[in-house]
Design a protein around this ligand. Structure first.
Ligand code: CUA
Length: 333
């Protein structure tokens, strides 16, 4: 790879033969260990089978002088062992993999959110201070980052080989994934779901920087207003504040107060309780009758078609900022 290629990444090619770039996160290392363990296990089983097959084919070949009298007609002990051993191994692998899976879909509370919109054929990314990038994703070293993703058209899939992460990006809903990079450098970013004629060109790179360098990079591209402020403007512009803001002194509040909503559990009319997360907010905006809050009438109109995916991300960022102000967390990130 050379520097002039648009998406040259340091993990792209190296002197030694390798199928996958060297891992750049703890999760990646864990995935590699599991892959290696499964490979060794399967390799050993396959080898044992081959040895036994070859041994018996030679020993009991037609015309050999092997003793064929008195063949065994049962071996309970042996059967118990070959039943219990694989069962135990499979259960261990299941527990190991399930733990990794749960970890992959449960980001730590301090994870920084980055919004991702996929479209034919590019990746649009937006950081909390409003800084946008296309086909490039800058990340700070050692800091957990959560990617909240959606698509503007068809199904795409975000693949970050160096982090051993692949997640479908689906129109009409949010998917999310998180990672803590533990190595600086340039890594590949690609689409791994066939999404049309230029699918193969839907490439980009991930640039992992030292935290101080990252902060400088992020500040250099800060948008005025930031994402949360854009969300606040939309909140007023589309009239959300008319019903949802209890602090405006209006006596005709017919809707739940949304201050500090994100992360709170919400009781719904049909008896369910949900945690208000990005998906909940998005659904409440576009499909307001899906999750009606207990004690309120289902009077909110849908905003489908009036807000772009970027707008909804901004609204979520605004709501999240009200949560963080409540708990004295810095809004600037
Ligand atoms: Cu997007 Cu393939």
């Amino acid at each position: 790879m050379n520097d002039t290629a648009p998406y040259a990444a340091t993990d792209a090619g190296s002197q030694a033969f390798q199928l996958l770039a060297q891992s750049a996160s703890a999760f990646g290392n864990q995935t590699d260990r599991m892959f290696l363990a499964m490979l060794l296990l399967c390799g050993c089983v396959a080898l044992a089978l081959v040895v036994v097959i070859v041994y018996f084919s030679i020993r009991y070949r037609s015309g050999s002088k092997a003793d064929r009298s008195n063949p065994p007609d049962g071996a309970r002990g042996l059967e118990a062992i070959w039943t219990a051993t694989p069962l135990l191994l499979f259960v261990c692998i299941f527990v190991w993999a399930a733990r990794g899976y749960v970890q992959l879909y449960r980001p730590p509370d301090n994870a920084m959110t980055i919004f991702v919109v996929a479209k034919q054929w590019m990746w649009k990314l937006q950081h909390r201070n409003g800084r946008r990038e296309i086909n490039e994703l800058h990340l700070p070293l050692g800091q957990p980052v959560r990617l909240v993703m959606t698509s503007q058209d068809v199904i795409h899939s975000l693949f970050l080989p160096a982090f051993r992460i692949k997640q479908d990006v689906v129109p009409g809903r949010y998917t999310s994934i998180w990672v803590t990079p533990d190595r600086t450098g340039d890594f590949r970013l690609m689409c791994s779901e066939f999404c049309g004629s230029d699918h193969a060109g839907m490439l980009g790179r991930v640039i992992v920087m030292k935290p101080a360098e990252f902060t400088r990079w992020l500040d250099a591209g800060a948008q005025e207003p930031g994402l949360a402020a854009q969300g606040f403007a939309l909140f007023r512009q589309h009239g959300c504040s008319g019903c949802h803001d209890s602090s405006n002194g209006s006596s005709t509040v017919r809707a739940p107060d949304l201050n500090g909503l994100l992360g709170r559990s919400v009781h719904l009319q049909d008896g369910r309780t949900v945690i208000a997360d990005d998906v909940y907010v998005r659904d409440s905006i576009l499909l307001p009758s899906k999750d009606v809050v207990a004690g309120y009438a289902p009077v909110m109109p849908s905003f489908a078609g009036q807000l772009s995916e970027d707008d909804i991300f901004a609204l979520i960022a605004y709501l999240r900022s009200t949560t963080e102000r409540g708990s004295d967390v810095q809004l600037s990130q």
